[in-house]
Design a protein around this ligand. Sequence first.
Ligand code: AMP
Ligand code: ZN
Length: 114
Amino acid sequence: MGECLFCRIINREIQATIIYEDDRIVAFNDINPQGPTHVLVVPRRHIATLDELTPDDDPLAGELVRRAAAIAKQRGISAGGYRTVFNTNRDAGQTVFHIHLHLIGGRTMHWPPG
Ligand code: AMP
Ligand code: ZN
């Protein structure tokens, strides 16, 4: 997936502030942060949207979510609260078609989102 922005970040072809990585997951700061913490937690493997997930990906999906929670805890924002979001397709405003879990926190948020 040479054209994919997040694959290129994962492959170190484009610079990003990577704050966590392991065999399956990379997490980096969003370039346009929507809060004091705005981290994107992504699988190394290219998966375009949640619609492409298969039952084999259940452990990976769980790891993405648990990693976001772990980063929130590290940042000291767990108790205050944080938001985790997967945007999927047009109406949700997905712009990068490599799944990513937004972890946003460090400020009060509102519901419903815009
Ligand atoms: P989404 O709209 O859910 O697809 O989110 C894509 C996110 O990627 C947005 O929050 C962008 O600010 C972020 N983004 C775009 N380009 C970069 C980049 N080069 N490095 C880090 N984050 C990026
Ligand atoms: Zn990709």
